[in-house]
Design a protein around this ligand. Structure first.
Ligand code: AMP
Length: 200
C-alpha cells in the first residue's frame, strides 16, 4: 500500500443541525459515523444531538468509536447537547469553538447542511487558501446535494475570481471511503492567494 501523505486521526465534521427531509442524506450521516468508528477516526464536532450532527455522533458511538463535542456555553442546554460523548469541551463563544475544533482536527469533512455548515466549511477553506493551515478538507456530495455549489465554484473559477489551485483545495466525492483516501493523499500547492488577470 502507498504511504499516506496525511495522517488523519481526528476528523472534524460539519453538518446540519436539522434532520432534513432526504432519507438518503439522513442515513448517510449515521453511516459516516459508523465508518469513522471502523476507521479509528475520532469525531470532532459541534457536540449536538440534533439533526445530522446527532446522526453522525450516534453512528460513531453505536459502533464503539470516539467523539469530542465542542459546544459554546449558550448552546449547552439539555435539549441540544449530546450527553453520550466520551469528551465534551465547553467554549465561551462560537469563535473559540471554531478555533478549538481546528486545533483538535487533522482534517475537515462537510456533509449536507445549512448556513452553519457553509460558514464553517468556507472559513476553513479560506484559512487554507491563505496558507494558515495545510489540513485536508472534504465535501461529501451525498445524493448530489452539493452539485449546485460545485457548479457555482466552477463559475467562480471560470470568471477568474477563484484560482484553480484554490478550488482544488476542496476535495469532493459522493463516497466516504473514496473521499477519505483523497484526504489522506492531499498535497496542498504553495500558491499565492492574490490573482491578476494574466494568470490562468
Ligand atoms: P446548520 O448547517 O445551519 O444546521 O449548522 C450546523 C453547524 O453549525 C454545525 O456543524 C455546528 O457546528 C453548528 N451548529 C448549528 N446549530 C447547532 C446546535 N444547535 N448545536 C451545536 N452546533 C450547532
Amino acid at each position: 500500500m502507498d504511504e499516506e501523505l496525511n495522517h488523519i486521526e481526528n476528523l472534524a465534521v460539519f453538518c446540519a443541525s436539522s434532520d432534513g427531509n432526504d432519507q438518503l442524506i439522513f442515513d448517510t450521516a449515521y453511516e459516516v459515523g459508523e465508518k469513522m468508528a471502523k476507521n479509528n477516526l475520532r469525531l470532532i464536532y459541534g457536540g449536538s444531538k440534533l439533526g445530522l450532527m446527532g446522526q453522525v455522533a450516534k453512528g460513531i458511538m453505536d459502533h464503539g468509536g470516539k467523539a469530542t463535542g465542542v459546544i459554546p456555553d449558550f448552546l449547552k442546554t439539555k435539549e441540544v447537547v449530546h450527553t453520550g460523548l466520551d469528551k465534551l469541551i465547553t467554549t465561551q463563544d462560537m469563535h473559540e469553538r471554531k478555533l478549538t475544533m481546528n486545533d483538535l482536527s487533522d482534517a475537515f469533512l462537510a456533509l449536507p447542511g445549512g448556513f452553519g455548515t457553509f460558514e464553517e466549511l468556507f472559513e476553513i477553506v479560506t484559512w487554507a487558501q491563505l496558507g494558515l493551515h495545510r489540513k485536508p478538507i472534504g465535501l461529501l456530495n451525498t445524493n448530489g446535494f452539493y452539485d449546485d455549489l460545485i457548479n457555482m465554484l466552477d463559475k467562480m473559477t471560470a470568471k477568474a475570481l477563484l484560482k484553480k489551485d484554490n478550488l482544488d483545495i476542496l476535495l469532493v466525492s459522493d463516497n466516504f471511503e473514496d473521499l477519505l483516501a483523497k484526504m489522506k493523499n492531499f498535497q496542498p500547492k504553495p500558491v499565492p492567494k492574490w490573482m491578476n488577470k494574466n494568470q490562468t
